[in-house]
Design a protein around this ligand. Structure first.
Ligand code: AMP
Ligand code: ZN
Length: 457
């Protein structure tokens, strides 16, 4: 079946055609590990996990790379200010290496709680300093760089189509002088290598042909993506904020070094908003996955909430919507759990589901197909088998869910047993009265295909 994906380079849906026969290259910009990930960041990784699962559902092998930015991301995208890691280290009173380790572990644990598939390759910027230096040297050799008192810069004026991904109007930026230039020649030029300030001992710094210092942020992704996936691979992802600067600069570096725009498809997850503003790490006011867990929210309820909105639309976070998602997921799990094993997936429903997700990951519509299956006349075992197919993409881990073991008070057990006997004797009036008595004690009895089920009301 044909798969269509929205490519931000061409700004249209494109039929997905792999570049190679053996694997699809998928590179996702990873976290800057100076703080915890917030649930907005996690929405972007959930979109990327959905994309990966959809590619696999279509029979592809995916070589999925996520990087860890543990150095080189300055507090301003315009290459000014401190490195976020050094700043985070001072704030936390721990070494930059220690906070990188601590927040990397926290990040991978969040991905795991959200049932995201681990990438094929994790790569850290600090493990690839040599590759970044080689990449900068190659760009320099092609004549795209200049040196200022604080670093080596990329000269964007040398590229006719610099910023095409963002449909950037360079003349507007230069003319308006909205960006502080410093020693930069053009507002859009960016740092490839920054020199360590003479009066400061940095925790993370390395020797280079240009002097002691550290790499710029954009170069790590060009260097690591080119190394693990080749300089021309299939799909590059990130959040929508990366379009204008980070991804435009990754493309500029690869154009200069390898003559490619790095990836054939550029896909972006749109933002999670909170109170109509964007959730950001630097504002300090953000919700972590752990914040939701502390409020008794199952992480997969957040996953389910994200599935309800298309990745190319912004989503407003609300606790009410999250609670509704948790309730709906609970209903889905209960129903799924009660269905018997041993069925066969229904090919016509699977095809309908597949058609929806292959239209640029249209999960909201695919979910409609899922609820239809539950209401359909398929036999129960086939319903379960069909849901198992859908869950390969949805990632709700239905097959491993178990109802919480509930200790039912003896009194309720005894009433339920009496009710079972009255039903057996077709004594409906007594059975109804016993149900009401059980409800009065805060429990609910349900008569499912698998037998009687008692749960907390
Ligand atoms: P960072 O750790 O800040 O580099 O961000 C990690 C990922 O989260 C990047 O792909 C960002 O584009 C993305 N991101 C940042 N803020 C949000 C948000 N509010 N909603 C969705 N994605 C976001
Ligand atoms: Zn990146």
């Amino acid at each position: 079946m044909q798969l269509y994906l929205y490519d931000n380079w061409e700004r249209q849906l494109r039929l997905f055609t792999p570049l190679r026969h053996d694997w699809i290259g998928l590179y996702c910009c990873g976290p800057t590990v100076y703080d915890y990930a917030h649930i907005g960041n996690l929405r972007t990784y959930l979109f990327e996990d959905l994309l990966r699962r959809t590619l696999e559902f279509n029979g592809h092998v995916v070589r999925h790379v996520i990087n860890i930015t543990d150095v080189g991301h300055l507090v301003s995208d315009a290459d000014e200010g401190e490195d976020k890691m050094e700043k985070g280290s001072r704030k936390a009173g721990e070494s930059a290496w220690d906070i990188a380790e601590r927040f990397t572990v926290a990040f991978t644990s969040d991905l795991n709680s959200l049932n995201m598939l681990p990438p094929t390759i994790w790569c850290k910027a600090t493990d690839h300093i040599a590759e970044q230096i080689d990449f900068i040297a190659a760009i320099e050799q092609k004549g795209f760089t200049y040196i200022t008192s604080d670093g080596v810069y990329f000269d964007t004026s040398q590229q006719e189509d610099y910023g095409y991904l963002a449909r950037l109007n360079r003349d507007g930026i230069e003319g308006g002088k909205r960006v502080e230039l410093g020693e930069k020649k053009h507002a859009t030029d960016f740092a490839l290598w920054k020199f360590s300030p003479a009066d400061e001992q940095r925790q993370m710094e390395w020797d280079s042909p240009w002097g002691r210092g550290f790499p710029g942020w954009h170069i790590e992704c060009s260097a690591m993506a080119s190394k693990y996936l080749e300089p021309w691979f299939d799909i590059h992802c990130g959040g929508e904020d990366h379009i204008a600067i980070h991804h435009s600069n990754e493309i500029a570096q690869n154009q200069a070094c390898h003559g490619t725009r790095l990836a054939n498809y550029w896909m972006h997850g749109y933002f999670l908003q909170i109170d109509a503003g964007k959730m950001s790490k630097s504002s300090g006011d953000f919700l972590r996955l752990q914040t939701l867990i502390d409020q008794q929210v199952d992480p997969l309820a957040y996953r389910f909430l994200c599935l309800s909105a298309h990745y190319r639309s912004q989503m407003n976070f609300s606790w009410d919507a999250l609670e509704a998602a948790q309730t709906a997921l609970g209903r889905l799990r209960d129903t799924y759990f009660a269905l018997p094993e041993g069925g066969k997936a229904d090919s016509s429903y699977v095809t309908r589901f597949h058609t929806e997700i292959n239209q640029d990951l249209n999960v909201p519509k695919a979910l409609v197909v899922m609820w239809e299956v539950l209401k359909s006349t398929l036999n129960d075992a086939d319903k379960k088998a069909t849901l198992n197919q859908f869950d390969r993409v949805l990632g709700l881990d239905l097959a491993n869910w178990q109802p919480a073991v509930l200790t039912i008070p003896d009194e309720v057990q005894a009433l339920a047993e009496r009710r079972r006997l009255s039903r057996l004797n077709k004594n409906w009036a007594e059975s109804d009265a016993l149900r009401t008595e059980i409800q009065g004690l805060g429990y609910e009895v349900e008569d499912t295909a698998g037998g009687m089920h008692i749960r907390k009301a």
